[in-house]
Design a protein around this ligand. Sequence first.
Ligand SMILES: [Zn+2]
Length: 592
Amino acid sequence: MSEPDFNQLSQDEQRAVAERLHKIAESGWKPFWCADPNCDGNPHWLTEEDADGTEVNVFVGADDIAGPNGEPLSGIIYEAPDGEWYVPERGVPDDGDEPVGRAVLNPKWAHNHARRDQRLPSWVKPWTLFIMSGRGSGKTRTGVEFVTLCARKGLDGAILGRRGTELVNTHVAELINNAHPEFVPIHYASKDILVWPNGATTYLFSAEKPENIRSVNLSYAWVDEAAFMDEIETAWMNLKLATRVKSPGNPIHMLITSTPTGSKWVQKMEDDDNVEVRRVSTYANRANLDPDWIEELEKEYEGTRMGRQELHGEVLRDVEGALWNDDLFNHLRLSDPVDFLNFVEGLDDRVVAVDPAGSKGKRSDETGIMAVGAHHFDDDGTPLPGSRFYTLGDATIKGSPAEWAEQTYRLARLVKATRIVAEKNFGGDMVKQVLLDYATIHPEKARNDDGDNMADMVKVVHAVQGKETRAEAVVGKYEQGRVTHVTSTTAFGDFSKLEREQVTWVPKNRGGRSPSPNRIDALVWAVKALETKVKHATSMASGAAVLRKLKSSPMGSVSGNGSIPMSRPAGPLGRKVVNWPNGGIKKKGRAA
Ligand SMILES: [Zn+2]
């Protein structure tokens, strides 16, 4: 197809072309898929060849408002002390960092567009793609662009949504919103179809009526929020039966998008070798999300097992025979370090337990290091009928003895531990020796804030009952609501890994095969140590009072099912680094 030469057109034709272009520009329509298969979806920077023929970025000064030909610009780029360039997330740079300038953007790709994880697999092969994603990760947009692309190719297909209203309010609305002004579909509500300008038809099916998916011939289908459909088994089977048209060059393509659940159907799809599963975290799309909204989500989920599903798109499987399940977890989130410190000091006792890697009967190479605190008394100093337990930190680490010894002392210092315990039976003496040796070599690192040598608080404990019996006893405390996971912004305040182990480990006496995970063993030891040594209790400030104070405080909140505020973790929420689509930032050619 050759492009007509604009200058060869008549005046009327030229005017018509200009009007079309104007209309497209006016509509705000922006393309979604760029040509770079490795694109991260960020705006492309404009490049030019320098004197020796190298492609370099075009920069202007920080005060400029447009490129040399009126092109749009990136935000102001700053240079960090380590030489890295970044555009501060809310425009505010780190203290003392100097502005470098702004990048000139390629006008066609000056907006956020398809990321690598939003790209479709090769068109020429048939595929079923399941995008399991955290909330707000951009899956709806992926589906909308997929349907639009199929329609452009003249294919008939279907969208399966949870409810008719949702199909109209979300899917139809988004398809029309994102449509090219010359390729807008018409929605025939009475027929539940969309008809595209080229005659291609998109059927709208609701999972409430899976029997409707019949007597249609489809080439593609998009199933959205599949994990939340009661009738998904039937609907999916009917969809598969209906997708039978194969036009040359257009094999069948099925796209499933959903925040996953542990439902049987989702697990079946995850285990199906013919299904390509992609996990996309909420953070992948943070450039397009309201930071406050992300913060809210994090308050709710980060650091908890549910967060793996809601934020990271991981499937949570209910494991038959596992001792714990989701309902057993209570969370308290302390996002302010001061709140955490107050809470820790308000406890009657705090213990760190170490379960070393490589001990007998272990498959794990992690050393479990858990801190747990307890309330033994109420406000008046009367012993509670049953002590209450709070996980304070998970410092579990894969590392050398020196590394886990250091980690143990870090955690013990943080939670103001009164004891560090390790089991005698399996390497207990070894653990003690490692901790003592480490303290001798690095006395500073083994000292707590009161100046005590924490090596003096290392205790070896003896197992009387079997491992599984001890674990079951701790589960009993969870069932009584006496255990709370205290997630925090400290280095050790994330319990999602512990919770994952808790809900997936099946003890041998319940038909399991794997040995108990080190985190659980450490947790069980810590609880046991707290229970048997109530005499260590230092009933100073009442923990219950601290809890009550927190309940009324806007900084921390307490709830039965884990509504817990937390500030941003360092990893995915650090400063935003400017990404150069071709890999790395080239400083050459920067403007002063
Ligand atoms: Zn791109």
